[in-house]
Design a protein around this ligand. Structure first.
Ligand SMILES: [Zn+2]
Length: 509
């Protein structure tokens, strides 16, 4: 049997797509869940690209014990050294260095000859191998590279010590037939190919990411680079959950491979990512979409009741779909609350737990049925444990047709002092954000703003996800807020973003 190595790049390729940025503590939480899922390699970031990425790779390296932790670097000394600096605390570190090998990239982007690219690749791998025992080399735009030149590069980087060679379809151009013959060509024409693991990395521009990954596996690739929910640059990357289930459900097509992914954690991992980013998957998304296991048509329902396999090729339980979404109510005790949070993958400090339980009781007074999503909203929202420079003490809104929207607000500072102010605006949200800015002395520009209902029902909590730039800092920060009142949720989200900005500013000092 051939072991498939699942290389998850949600925190790197996924996170660099617009609208998917994550804070360090969110990356740590997701990394721990990826480890629980059984991912073999976690690509945690691109350390030289920003102080935030560096910190995230470093922190993820500290907490992960089973999976390898990987950092990306270009084929340049300072990149590779920064990657190693961030990774060196990891139990199983991996440096991933990349360089383009297609004529179009070499000519226009790198402005280098084939000879120069070959020696840069070898030098980069040699440098990385000196620092770290596990080194991966990626030939960027491999599928559009001249095959003979690519075979030479692969042979030489393996000689230099690369134990994994990744061959990405960077622009998502290949079809499954192309991919099969491309990987077969590599397997048959590189003399020392048995000395390294061949890896595949597929973008989804033509909707073929997963199909191409499967074709690559059949042709001999043993490492699959992919992301949760298929997030990533442009149209995204191949979705981990779809590849894993295809290999599992269609064992007849993949008889010689095995993987160590715990499929029962797939749904939970997908949910955690949507919770963090605020970007939902479409209901008809394979494996983890809301409708993936819903049988609406009468004929289908009848069939499934008589014999499940008439219309179902896999079970909802096998991917960890929750069987009872409704969990807690007004009379649930602290024990049930704590147990459920643990099952959802959250472990809080005693003070954090105290605060979260108080929020839960408060919510249970307003809302009869409490769902898993509500508990997550509490933990990620008001009871969140990151540093808060300002907290909402009180907010009052006055708005409606024919009146000037007015907001009064009290914010509590870290030292306990409370500041009161008021403002008018074009609408209540505008007035509220202006009041926050007046009190905190910051000037914000809202880049995106979204309201979702956390659960079904008219009494549902609203979830506001936004991004903003403060004081012309040159970077965006994200914020989230939850409340049964969407105006209050908006203020919480804006404060969350502002707190994130202030924390970042302090770190950069
Ligand atoms: Zn990519």
């Amino acid at each position: 049997m051939r072991k498939l190595v699942f290389f998850d790049t949600t925190l790197r390729d996924g996170e660099q797509a617009p609208g998917f940025s994550m804070k360090t503590e969110e990356k740590i939480r997701l990394a721990l869940q990826l480890e629980k899922l059984g991912v073999d390699v976690i690509e945690a970031g691109f350390p030289i690209s920003s102080p935030g990425d560096f910190e995230a790779v470093q922190k993820v390296s500290e907490v992960i014990t089973e999976s390898s932790v990987c950092g990306l670097s270009r084929a340049a000394r300072k990149d590779i050294e920064a990657a190693w600096e961030a990774l060196k605390g990891a139990r199983k570190p991996r440096i991933h260095t990349f360089l383009a090998t297609s004529d179009i990239h070499m000519k226009y982007k790198l402005q280098k000859s084939r000879e120069e690219v070959l020696s840069m690749a070898v030098d980069a791998v040699k440098l990385a191998v000196n620092l770290c025992p596990d080194v991966e080399f990626s030939a960027e735009d491999a599928t559009r590279s001249d095959p003979e030149f690519l075979y030479k590069v692969i042979e030489e980087v393996i000689k230099a010590g690369a134990s994994t060679v990744n061959l990405p379809d960077t622009v998502g151009y290949a079809t499954p037939e192309d991919m099969y013959s491309f990987i077969s060509g590599v397997m048959n024409n590189v003399p020392n190919i048995d000395k390294a693991v061949i890896s595949t990395h597929n973008h989804n521009d033509l909707g073929l990411g997963v199909a191409n990954a499967l074709a690559a596996i059949r042709a001999g690739a043993s490492q699959i680079e992919c992301t949760i929910n298929g997030i990533g640059e442009r149209a995204g990357n191949a979705a981990l959950e779809e590849i894993v289930m295809a290999v599992n459900v269609r064992k007849d097509r993949f008889p010689d491979v095995e993987c160590s992914i715990n499929t029962k954690e797939l749904y939970r991992t997908s949910r955690m990512l949507t919770n963090i980013t605020g970007v939902e998957v479409q209901p008809n998304k394979a494996v983890v979409g809301k409708n993936a296991f819903a049988h609406e048509a009468g004929i289908h329902q009848d069939g499934v009741l008589k014999e499940r396999t008439t219309y179902e090729i896999m079970t909802a339980e096998s991917v960890g779909f929750p069987s009872n979404a409704l969990v807690l109510g007004k009379h649930s005790g602290r024990n049930a609350f704590t147990t459920r949070l643990k099952e959802l993958g959250y472990s809080l400090s005693p003070e954090g737990l105290e605060k979260a339980f108080a929020e839960f009781k408060d919510l249970a007074d307003k809302k009869k049925e409490i769902y898993d999503e509500d508990l997550e909203a509490i933990v990620l929202g008001r009871a969140a444990e990151h540093k808060k420079y300002y907290e909402l003490e009180y907010v009052g809104f006055s708005s409606g047709t024919g009146s000037v929207p007015t907001v009064t607000m009290k914010l509590r500072r870290q030292d306990g002092s409370v500041i009161t102010d008021a403002s008018i605006g074009d609408g209540p949200v505008h007035a509220a954000f202006r009041t926050v800015e007046r009190i905190c002395g910051a000037e914000g520009r809202l880049k995106s703003y979204r309201i979702n209902a956390v659960t079904p029902g008219k009494d549902a909590q609203g979830e506001v996800t936004l991004t903003a730039e403060f004081d012309g800092a040159g970077f965006n920060v994200g914020g989230k807020g939850y409340s049964t009142d969407v105006l209050v949720a908006s203020v919480e989200a804006y404060l969350d973003a502002l707190n994130g900005y202030l924390a970042k500013k302090e770190n950069l000092k």
